[in-house]
Design a protein around this ligand. Structure first.
Ligand SMILES: [Zn+2]
Length: 414
C-alpha cells in the first residue's frame, strides 16, 4: 500500500458528510459531533499495527513503534469552529494518517524510528475561548487556575464539559509525559491567508508563528454638547483614536510581514448629540521578530500619546494578552523547503499570523516545522474555506517526503 493522496481527499469528504450541516463543519471540541468525528477516525486507525490512547488532556495518540524509541510526531486537530470549513485541522490529521499508512507498509510495521500521530484536543478554543488547549497541556504552558472558571455561552463550566468527555482538568499536567522521546514535530495546514495564492504557489514553508501584543486603549476627553461646543474647544476622544487607527498602518508597513489591527471601537456616551468623552479601542499587533514586535508596541504607544495631546485628551493602555514569537527549527525548515521543492518545483518561506498547535510543541523545545498549502481566496473558519484538490494531493505528497527526510535526520542523531 503506497501513499494514496486521493484517499485523503475522499476521507476529508467523508468527515465533512458526517460532521457538517448546511452552515459548515460543526466539530466544536467537547461536543457530541466532535466525539463522533473522533470515533470515525478511530475506525480508520484500526487497520494499522499501532497503539492508541488518549492523554490526560484528551489529546489522541496513535503510535507506530519503531526500532528506535526516538519519535517523529505528526499532528493536526479534528475540532473546528462552529460553521467551519472542511480542511482546517482535518487535512493535517488525515494527511498524517496517510503518511502513517505508507510508513507502516514500507517498513512492515517496524520503521527505524517511532512515528506518532496526534489529534490535539480543542485547538480552536471555539466554545470556551481558550485555543491550543490540548497542546498547551502537552507543552506544560497551561494554567489550570486560569481555565477552571471558564464557561460557554450557555453557562456550562469548562471543567464539566471536559469531564463529560472523560478528561479531568486537574490531571492536565500528566499530558507532559507524551513529550518523552519526541525528536521532531511536523504539521501541515491550510494557509488561511492569500499569500500563496497571490504568488501562484501551491505550498509554502512556515518560518514560525508570529508573536502577538494585544491591548485595550482608552482615550479620555470631555463629553460636551454637539451644538454648543465650538470646534476649537473640543476634547474629542474619538478624534484621537481615529488618528491612531490610521497611524498603525504606517507603523506596520515599516516592518515587512508585520500586521496591526484595530478591531473594536466603542464610543461613550455614543449618541448623535454629544462629543465623544471616552473612546475604547483594541489593538492587535503581530510579528515573527520579538524586537520588531516590541518596537511596534512602543511606536503605537508614543503615537497614541501624541494624538491624545493634540486633541486635549489623555490615554491609558492595558494589556489584554501577549505571546512571544515562536520560530521553527532551522534544519527542519531546510528539510521542509526541500520536500516542497521536490513536490511543486518552487517554495516560499513565510511566517504564520494565526497560532497553531505547532507553536506549543516548539515552546516545549521539540524541533518543529509547519508546511502550508494554498487557501483559495485566503478564507477559513467558514464553510466556503477551500483548496484545489490537486494542491491538497501535493500537500500530502510533500508532507510524506518531509516525514521521510525527518526520520533520516532523527536516525542520524542516534
Ligand atoms: Zn487549524
Amino acid at each position: 500500500m503506497s501513499l494514496n493522496p486521493k484517499r485523503t481527499i475522499a476521507e476529508l469528504k467523508q468527515l465533512r458528510a458526517l460532521t457538517a450541516d448546511e452552515n459548515g463543519a460543526q466539530r466544536v471540541a467537547w461536543t457530541d459531533t466532535w466525539l463522533s468525528a473522533r470515533d470515525w477516525f478511530a475506525t480508520k486507525v484500526k487497520e494499522l499495527p499501532v497503539e492508541e490512547h488518549f492523554d490526560a488532556a484528551g489529546n489522541s495518540w496513535v503510535t507506530l513503534k519503531g526500532a528506535s524509541e526516538k519519535s517523529l510526531l505528526i499532528g493536526g486537530h479534528l475540532d473546528s469552529v462552529p460553521n467551519g470549513g472542511w480542511l482546517d485541522g482535518a487535512l493535517d490529521e488525515l494527511a498524517g494518517l496517510e503518511v502513517l499508512r505508507r510508513i507502516a507498509t514500507e517498513f512492515q510495521g517496524k520503521p527505524p524510528v517511532t512515528v506518532r500521530l496526534v489529534d490535539w484536543a480543542d485547538e480552536e478554543g471555539a466554545r470556551f475561548g481558550r485555543s491550543l488547549l490540548g497542546s498547551s497541556a502537552f507543552a506544560g504552558t497551561h494554567s489550570i487556575e486560569a481555565d477552571r472558571g471558564r464557561t460557554d455561552r450557555d453557562g456550562v463550566k469548562m471543567e464539566d464539559a471536559l469531564r463529560r468527555c472523560g478528561v479531568e482538568i486537574e490531571n492536565f499536567p500528566d499530558a507532559e509525559k507524551e513529550q518523552k522521546n519526541a525528536a521532531a514535530y511536523l504539521e501541515l495546514h491550510i494557509e488561511q491567508g492569500p499569500v500563496l495564492e497571490r504568488m501562484g504557489l501551491p505550498l509554502g514553508v512556515v518560518l514560525g508563528t508570529k508573536g502577538v501584543e494585544r491591548h485595550n486603549i482608552t482615550f479620555h476627553g470631555q463629553e460636551a454638547h454637539s451644538g454648543s461646543t465650538p470646534m476649537n474647544a473640543r476634547r474629542d476622544a474619538l478624534a484621537a483614536a481615529a488618528k491612531l487607527a490610521l497611524e498603525i498602518r504606517t507603523i506596520a508597513k515599516k516592518h515587512g510581514d508585520a500586521v496591526c489591527t484595530m478591531g473594536s471601537v466603542k464610543t461613550f456616551p455614543g449618541i448623535v448629540t454629544a462629543v465623544v468623552g471616552r473612546c475604547e479601542v483594541t489593538l492587535d499587533q503581530r510579528d515573527l521578530n520579538a524586537s520588531v514586535l516590541a518596537q511596534m508596541h512602543r511606536e503605537a504607544k508614543e503615537a497614541s500619546e501624541r494624538f491624545a495631546a493634540e486633541e486635549g485628551c489623555t490615554v491609558n493602555w492595558s494589556r489584554l494578552w501577549n505571546i512571544e514569537p515562536v520560530p521553527f527549527h532551522p534544519h527542519l525548515l531546510n528539510l521542509c523547503e526541500r520536500a516542497v521543492r521536490e513536490t511543486s518545483g518552487s517554495s516560499h518561506r513565510m511566517p504564520s499570523g494565526p497560532l497553531h498547535d505547532a507553536a506549543e510543541v516548539a515552546r516545549a523545545g521539540i524541533p518543529t516545522v509547519m508546511m502550508f498549502v494554498q487557501s483559495l481566496k485566503g478564507i477559513s473558519h467558514n464553510k466556503i474555506e477551500d483548496t484545489k484538490e490537486e494542491h491538497l494531493e501535493m500537500s500530502v505528497v510533500a508532507l510524506d517526503r518531509l516525514a521521510s527526510k525527518t526520520m533520516e535526520w532523527i536516525q542520524q542523531q542516534n
